[in-house]
Design a protein around this ligand. Structure first.
Ligand code: GLN
Ligand code: ZN
Length: 766
């Protein structure tokens, strides 16, 4: 018999119960017992839904109050000293202090660092290791939750983040500590957990080693051999399923297949090509968990196609060793399509959220065990829905496809090289040295949000809403004039979100009402769904930018979100390559850029904060991605004359390794986040001579702190050590939408003063 399995179920609850409970607990509105009760109810509900769907291998300890990497820190007692942990068990408040920091009058401790989980939009807490790092079993969550499910009559497969990935995902706080050297100290804790699971009656354990899909050194491969040799011993008869996802195993396949485990899971959505190789080499003793249902996207599974893959596997290894699985944990998709009210019924018919994916897994396993006829109706319904999507006029716009097909090299090149453009732009736009500007948004006050919500709910009409926006833009323009900013923005008060605002104005994008997925902790997002060809029926921002320009004699910069960021922060179509979708978005943005130019806007910023995040997991795949990502940015930005100044903005600080691609974007000006690293990330510019202009961020917009004039001035002077002074712009790290006016006013004033002081000192103009 073929079995079905899940690798992880969303934690947040069908009605975002976890968010409410967590935030209630953090603000002392509910007790710890109440929080724990909500969590237990959510876990039980998830297990029961999976059981009802007919899933054979149901995961446990996939639940987390905050993050599963943080759970692993707690499990192994990797608690940094600043939390004052005495080394017994990590209690909930220590756990939340690690996740979020504490800032009360009697306790001031920073949170642990957070970063993106592989190439997803989920953020994990980065483990910290120091000299003399010790580990001890400090949380029995894995065993407790197994027992909890067992009490409900459900025998689960506990999930643990494996020891090698745990170390590789962490950071050594001391340069003398080599992460993998900690393995010998770490393994006893894992051994104890496996022993306890075996004692508790667990049949299988799922050990996630997602780092197997990365480029690894020999030392890491050796660590896998050591670790799994020891875990095998400790677990006794406990069967181990080794999982990796988000990419192919590639050169690590041999290591993985050589480990003493009882099953191996492959992501066959991301990397179907590896199947043949695996089938020819899979040891007799290993089961194969085939990830054929996409855990990263929301499309209906093509059951017919999946069955072909599964049949091929059965032909090679037989029924008994096949486990039908999602490609990865379902953490990355919304819970239940049935709850979705907002989506258009036609589009909804093409989708599948976690609960629907469970059904797909069960149908696939049953078709394999009992024959297709046993689930003939479901397969036929699925075939019809897949066909309706393929043929829908909503998906395909011939004029868009034609336009993309006709693109040539001329479409991704500005008229003249930067050096010439600079002269033209200087002539048209005489700016002082060290020109000041902002990244676009101004505080989204509760008033702004209240008006938007009143408009969405139909409580005020469009006229009233737009009049309010104009008033808000007027206020923002006047403020910038008053304090002497050189290049103004309109402030983005009309935008709910930098992707959603544009998606709502383009064809091919759909938005859910309930499609929440966890981004980090209690922060959830509702990513747009790109289902069809993208076009821009009419201008999206021209009205607001030109309104701002009409109020002032100073230059106003138009503000757009770039194609890669739109792609990266959405669920994308799976019926064409990402690149094709990105090109369509790029053309839509290009139209907007040209319309802004035609309306007299002389500077346009195209934000690409997610540009780096799109990088593939393996370096060998970087050049191909960078080539099309750069191409798309250039496509969006090259429709204008030399005189129009193109800006871009990226808010991450590590781009040393992609700096030449950043240069190839050929934006006239790029603004980046750099204040938190005290300009140190500008070191990248020592070896790479960035040809165009740069605005290194001079203050951290994540903090309410107001930087002083002298402090900003010193940062600017430091920047000129790496950058030619005539190339430097002065701006904050990022948009100001999350800040309050009380902070923004003095901070920007100080920024302008600092720019003037540097001008006087370096160029002799004040
Ligand atoms: N223009 C956007 C803003 O200022 C940029 C946001 C971002 O980079 N994430 O809000
Ligand atoms: Zn930013």
């Amino acid at each position: 018999m073929t079995t079905s399995s899940n690798l992880g179920y969303p934690r947040i609850g069908p009605n975002r119960e976890l968010k409410r409970a967590l935030e209630g607990y953090w603000t002392r509105r509910i007790s710890r017992t109440e929080l724990q009760r909500v969590a237990a109810t959510l876990r039980a509900g998830g297990w029961q839904r999976q059981q009802a769907a007919g899933i054979d291998h149901i995961p446990s300890s996939d639940f987390s109050y905050y993050d599963h990497v943080l759970d692993t820190c707690a499990m192994v007692g990797a608690v940094p000293p600043r939390y004052g942990f005495a080394g017994d068990t990590v209690d909930l408040d220590t756990y939340f202090a690690m996740a979020r920091g504490v800032g009360t009058p009697d306790r001031d401790v920073t949170a642990m660092e957070m970063t993106k989980w592989f190439d997803t939009n989920y953020h994990y807490i980065v483990p910290e290791f120091e000299a003399g790092q010790r580990f001890s079993l400090a949380s029995t969550k894995v065993v407790d939750e197994f027992n909890e499910a067992k009490q409900l009559g459900i025998l689960t497969r506990p999930v643990i983040l494996g020891p090698v990935s745990f170390l590789l995902l962490g950071k050594a706080k001391d340069s003398n500590v080599r992460r993998l050297d900690l393995l010998q100290r770490l393994l006893p804790v894992y051994e104890e957990v496996l022993t306890r699971l075996a004692e508790a009656g667990s049949e299988w354990v799922q050990i996630d080693e997602p780092c197997l899909a990365l480029d690894l050194q020999d030392a890491a491969r050796g660590a896998y051999e050591t670790a799994f040799g020891r875990l095998r011993q400790a677990g006794g008869s406990l069967k181990i399923l080794l999982t990796s996802y988000f990419g192919e195993l590639g050169p690590n396949l041999e290591t993985a297949l050589g480990l003493p485990v009882d099953g191996i899971h492959l992501d066959l959505m991301r990397a179907p090509e590896q199947l043949d190789d695996v089938l020819s080499r899979l040891p007799q003793s290993m089961a194969l968990s085939a990830g054929v249902v996409d855990g990263r996207n929301v499309w209906l599974n093509d059951l017919g196609r999946s069955l072909e893959v599964l049949q091929k596997i059965v032909a090679a290894i037989g029924h008994e060793r096949l486990i039908v699985a999602p490609s990865c944990s379902m953490l990355h998709v919304p819970i239940d399509l049935a709850r979705e009210q907002k989506l258009d019924p036609e589009i909804r018919n093409w989708l599948s959220f976690a609960d629907q994916k469970l059904q797909e897994l069960a149908v696939l396993a049953r078709a394999m065990s009992e024959g297709r006829d046993a689930v003939g109706e479901q397969i036929e319904d699925n075939r019809r829905r897949i066909a309706s999507r393929g043929a829908s006029v909503r998906v395909h716009r011939p004029e868009v496809k034609k336009r993309v097909a006709a693109l040539g090299p001329g479409d991704t090149r500005r008229g003249s090289p930067y050096a010439q453009r600079r002269l033209v732009q200087r002539g048209k736009l005489p700016l002082a040295p060290f020109p000041t500007t902002t990244i676009g948004s101004f505080p989204q006050t509760s008033e702004v949000r209240a008006k938007r919500s009143a408009f969405t709910k139909g409580q005020i009409d469009r006229e009233a809403y737009e009049a309010f926006l104009e008033q808000e833009i007027g206020r923002i323009v006047r403020f910038q004039e008053e304090i002497g900013i050189d290049v103004l923005v309109h402030g983005e008060p009309e935008r709910n979100d930098m992707v959603q605002y544009f998606g709502e104005r383009l064809t091919g994008f759909a938005f859910t009402g309930q499609g929440w997925v966890q981004s980090y902790g209690s922060r959830y997002v509702r990513p747009p769904i790109i289902y069809g060809d993208v076009a821009r029926p009419e201008p999206m921002t021209v009205r607001w930018s030109t309104y701002a320009a009409s109020l002032t004699d100073r230059p106003v910069k138009g503000m757009l979100t770039g194609p890669i960021t739109m792609l990266q922060w959405s669920f994308v179509r799976d019926d064409q390559p990402r690149r094709d979708t990105a090109r369509q978005i790029a053309l839509a943005i290009r139209d907007e850029v040209c319309d802004l130019e035609a309306a007299g806007i002389g500077l346009v910023q195209i934000d690409e904060p997610a540009f780096r995040e799109g990088l593939p997991l393996k370096r060998a795949d970087w050049p191909a991605y960078l080539a099309w990502a750069v191409e798309c940015f250039r496509l969006a930005s090259s429709g204008v004359s030399d005189a129009t100044q193109i800006h871009t903005h990226m808010c991450y600080s590590e781009f040393n390794d992609i700096i030449s691609a950043i240069g190839e974007l050929d934006a006239d000006v790029i603004s980046i986040e750099s204040s938190r690293s005290q300009m140190e990330l500008l070191e990248a510019f020592e070896s790479y001579d960035y040809p165009n202009e740069i605005g290194p961020g001079v203050f951290d917009i994540h903090s309410p702190r107001v930087p002083g004039v002298e402090e900003i001035k010193q940062l600017l002077l430091k920047a000129t050590k790496y950058l030619a002074p005539e190339k430097v712009w002065v701006n904050p790290d990022c948009g100001l939408k999350t800040r309050r006016w009380e902070e923004v006013r003095p901070a920007l004033k100080n920024m302008v003063e600092a720019a003037k002081a540097v001008r006087a000192e370096l160029v002799g103009v004040g």
